[in-house]
Design a protein around this ligand. Structure first.
Ligand code: ZN
Length: 107
């Protein structure tokens, strides 16, 4: 019935793994980034986050990304932020409506 659950590094709540975005650290030397892994295929240690900008912000403020991945260096959160933004967009919204994800009176 219930699939595997994971803890969101933002709000620290447990949720089905299928509802969370997996991400890993990718890169080399001094050029690292947090890489979203929507297909759950990338090797290495992964951490999980709700596809929600609020969870992203919480995790970033607490520096939870690196800690969850046991990564002590500096990594770019840009690719992950982009991914969260794109998947948290209201459904049915396509390219031309991308500017104001917050303003959604229909919800
Ligand atoms: Zn969360």
């Amino acid at each position: 019935m219930a699939g595997p659950t994971r803890t969101c590094v933002g709000c620290r709540k447990r949720a089905p793994a299928s509802e969370l975005v997996r991400f890993v650290v990718a890169g080399s030397w001094d050029d690292f980034r947090f890489q979203p892994d929507p297909n759950r295929r990338l090797p290495g240690r992964g951490a999980h986050l709700h596809p929600d900008p609020a969870c992203f912000a919480q995790a970033e403020r607490r520096r939870a990304f690196g800690r969850a991945l046991r990564f002590t260096g500096v990594a770019d959160t840009g690719p992950l932020a982009e991914h969260i933004r794109s998947v948290s967009m209201p459904r049915g919204t396509t390219d031309d409506q991308a500017a104001r994800p917050d303003h959604d009176p229909a919800r």
